[in-house]
Design a protein around this ligand. Structure first.
Ligand code: SF4
Ligand code: SF4
Length: 401
């Protein structure tokens, strides 16, 4: 890392951009805001200019003037008006790692103390409560009480084969809590030996990446790794794609890491999840961090195809080309209006499929799309894939005593 916060490779990548505009054409934030200021290539130009500010000689050589304070202010705000969906990166002919660049840019702006006020609240919540919402961390596993038959051990075992890392959104939002409830009920019915970390679970670090606060991450990483390893687990599973992505890319864990659809598919193939008929037309929304971020496209679709009577209709943009729901990159906290406009475009595309329900595999996508559907009274069901699978589960079995 150089003293700017950007790696040398990233500075070279920013300078290599040919301004072909392909990234601008696919950016959901730029099209929802109808503002070229949010387009990825405009931001790249800003990165270059930002670097010039510190390098008078370079700016003289390139005959470019460093930015004035107002331009810098506007640029700093726009840098946080991005969902970090990564769609821009998939079309860049030069293979510029744009998502990494956006995260480095946010870190650099925080270092220069130019960031939206909400970022300070995220930092305070994480420092004081170990979760992104500033909630009591001791209440992380309270959703267990919402299960049909909460077990006496409350899934707080000293040792288990699998650790289910719940994530902040699923732990604290009542709407999202339905997802861990459904997931735990399926795992229990399948006889899986799993545990939660409860209050020992700290934020995975993803909000730090989005907020440019990665200097806080090391302590959270060490803590979570020790908590998982302390359970003697062979696997950790994540129903939140952002937690999954953080663990895959930033933890260096010795245990096997799986997304919820991958674990459920292996249990289904082993004949441990019996399914009943569920006549329903659904479409599937690929969460950015699970699809483009982790390449998990087939496991959720295979689960959907395994449900008798269910019909899967693909979205116009799906798989690697899927449109973000608006919920990523802390955008909701920084510019909720723009996040809502991105969600509106998403729901419009969903309705065009004629499906009765949109299924996804991310609690944040469920929250954002449900918010839009409820506010606008759209006749559409929004479900996480574990909720749908729970509904299709035939005769849940009690775990062996
Ligand atoms: S990550 Fe997504 S929202 Fe951000 S610039 Fe790229 S395409 Fe636009
Ligand atoms: S797609 Fe790549 S090369 Fe083209 S404008 Fe965007 S960042 Fe630059």
């Amino acid at each position: 890392m150089s003293r700017t916060g950007f790696r040398l490779r990233q500075m070279l990548e920013a300078g290599a951009c040919t301004r072909c505009r392909l990234c601008a054409e696919v950016c959901p934030a730029a099209s929802a805001a109808a503002s070229g200021g949010l387009a990825p290539l405009t931001r790249l130009r800003g990165v270059e200019t930002l670097l010039l500010r510190d390098r008078r000689l370079l700016s003289r050589l390139l005959r470019r003037r460093p930015p004035d304070p107002q331009t810098l202010e506007r640029f700093a705000e726009d840098a946080f008006r991005c969902t970090l969906c990564g769609r821009c990166e998939t079309v860049c002919p030069l293979g510029i790692r744009l998502k990494e660049l956006w995260a480095a840019l946010r870190g650099e702006l925080v270092r220069r103390k130019r960031f939206p006020a909400k970022i300070e609240a995220i930092r305070r919540h994480l420092e004081e409560s170990r979760n992104v919402f500033g909630e009591d961390n001791a209440e992380r596993a309270e959703w267990v009480e919402e299960m049909r038959r909460p077990p006496d051990h409350g899934f707080r075992k000293e040792r288990a084969e699998v650790v289910y890392f719940t994530g902040c959104v699923a732990a604290y939002f009542p709407l999202a809590q339905k997802i861990p409830v459904a997931f735990a009920e399926i795992l229990e019915a399948a006889g899986a030996d799993f545990t939660l970390l409860g209050e020992e679970e700290w934020c995975c670090g993803f909000p730090m990446l989005g907020a440019g606060l990665m200097e806080m991450f090391a302590a959270f990483r060490e803590h979570n790794l020790a908590a998982v390893e302390g359970r003697g687990a062979k696997r950790a599973v994540f129903a939140c794609p952002s937690c999954y992505r953080m663990w895959r890319e930033h933890y260096g864990a010795a245990v096997e890491l799986l997304s919820a659809p991958e674990l459920l598919l292996s249990l289904l193939r082993a004949g441990r999840i019996p399914l009943k008929e569920l006549p329903l037309a659904v479409t599937y929304h690929d969460p950015c961090d699970l699809g483009r971020g982790a390449g998990v496209y087939e496991a959720p679709r295979e689960l959907l195809r395994a449900i008798p009577g269910l019909r899967l209709v693909e979205l116009a943009h799906h798989g690697e080309d899927c449109l973000c729901c608006g919920g990523g990159g802390n955008l909701e906290m920084v510019d909720p209006e723009l996040a809502a406009r991105i969600a509106a475009a998403k729901i419009e595309e969903v309705l065009a499929t004629g499906a009765r329900a949109v299924v996804t595999a991310c609690q944040q996508c469920v929250r954002v799309m449900t918010g839009h559907v409820r506010r606008n009274r759209v006749p559409l069901e929004v479900l996480d894939i574990v909720q749908l699978l729970r509904r299709a589960l035939a005769e849940p079995k009690r775990p062996p005593d």
